[in-house]
Ligand binder design. Structure first.
Ligand code: GTP
Ligand code: ZN
Length: 358
């Protein structure tokens, strides 16, 4: 079927559908993201059979629900609840005011693999990791009758561990204050996910270690100059050092909020205003501490012809991830800038819980 979408393209569609609130068929389930569930969709899903709400074990721990499926839990959807209940289970915003959502009944029997793949899809769509799921007997029949995107379990599971294929779309000169000899390269993943950028300063030799920074997008810090993190200061300091040395490459990876997306990062900020630290906030939302995929950075460096770097970072995990993905990290260049009274606790938490070097 050369005209129709292949599995990668159907997965990309599935992410878009989930964001819009349109159900998707994954394996033997029809699923909808908790965050975008409407009363009409909930009623239609209930009409197909018994519904469960799949959440991560992280979220289950906060809710005191039992996770019998390892890293996820499947909660039976009570008969008398509406989308408000589903959203309150998914979203910790009102946990402290609203502690009486349970008791929850977690399923033990049956196969949780499609639910796990569904949560992975919701995460990759930058939605809260919670999905409503109903088992169906004829997935292909339902998908074709209702015009729903259909992905098999194998396709969904493979998409989550797929090697990263990125292609350079274009590059052009963008003179910067730190160096007039700068080119911006745009890289596009084959899976329809977000584009990433490389800022190349000077013409670094491909055969020698390049001064490099893997910078994760931070709208609040990079653009607004937020005092809550050190990102904006790190971005500017890294570019300034590359300009001063006359050569370097800064990858700007669109993995906002350590890979959870800006909406979820703002949910995390809101929890931090309730007293939780940056790691606890991610966990209460159902995410791991860090959901970034650093294979992207290694893939872009390779695509540009670099195989060895002097990495500007305070994060030892980034060094390990680069090495694990075939990039030789010959040295670490510390980047200690942007410390403010507002981000002191954030930086201390990263040092204590995530192993950052202060
Ligand atoms: N989820 C979440 N993300 C945050 C928070 N504060 C900042 N971020 C994100 O954290 C990321 C910081 O990225 P980096 O500065 O590249 O990475 P790092 O792990 O701190 O390591 P180095 O800066 O290299 O030492 C950006 O994507 C920010 O948007 C927070 O409280 N919660
Ligand atoms: Zn930041």
């Amino acid at each position: 079927m050369p005209l129709g979408p292949d599995s990668t393209e159907r997965i990309a569609r599935a992410r878009g559908d989930l964001r819009m609130g349109v159900p998707v068929v994954v394996g033997g389930l029809v699923i909808a993201a908790a965050e975008t569930l409407t009363p009409e969709r909930l009623a239609a899903l209930r009409g197909l059979g018994d519904a469960v709400l799949a959440i991560t074990a992280r979220r289950a721990a906060t809710l005191k629900a039992r996770p019998y499926d390892g890293d996820i839990a499947r909660l039976r959807l009570p008969a008398d609840v509406g989308p408000g209940w589903v959203q309150a289970v998914a979203d910790p915003a009102d946990d402290l005011q609203n502690p009486l959502l349970g008791p929850f009944v977690s399923l033990r029997d049956g196969d949780a693999a499609p639910h796990r793949a569904a949560i992975g899809l919701a995460k990759s769509a930058r939605l809260l990791p919670a999905v409503l799921a109903v088992g169906i007997a004829d997935p292909a029949g339902l998908a074709s009758a209702q015009g729903l995107t259909l992905v098999t379990l194998a396709e969904a599971a493979a998409a989550l561990v797929d090697e990263t294929h990125l292609a350079e779309v274009v590059s052009a000169r963008v003179p910067l204050a730190v160096s007039s000899s700068t080119r911006l390269h745009v890289f596009r993943p084959a899976d329809g996910s977000e584009e990433h950028y490389a800022v190349e300063i000077g013409t670094p030799a491909r055969g020698a270690p390049v001064l490099a920074r893997l910078h994760s997008a931070c709208f609040t810090g990079d653009l607004l100059g937020s005092l809550k993190c050190d990102c904006g200061a790190q971005l500017n300091a890294a570019l300034a050092q590359m300009g001063a040395e006359g050569a370097g490459v800064l990858l700007y990876l669109n993995q906002e909020g350590r890979g959870i997306g800006l909406a979820n990062k703002m949910r995390a900020y809101s929890l931090q205003d309730q007293g939780f630290d940056t790691v606890e906030a991610n966990h209460r939302l159902g995410f791991e501490d860090d959901e970034r995929d650093f294979r992207l950075g290694a893939a872009i460096l390779r695509e540009m012809g670099f195989s060895a770097v002097r990495l500007m970072t305070n994060n030892p995990a980034k060094i390990e991830m680069m090495r694990a993905n075939g990039i030789d990290v010959v040295g670490r260049v510390p980047l200690k800038v942007g410390h403010t009274a507002e981000n002191a606790r954030y930086l201390a938490t990263k040092a204590e819980k995530s192993g950052h070097l202060l």
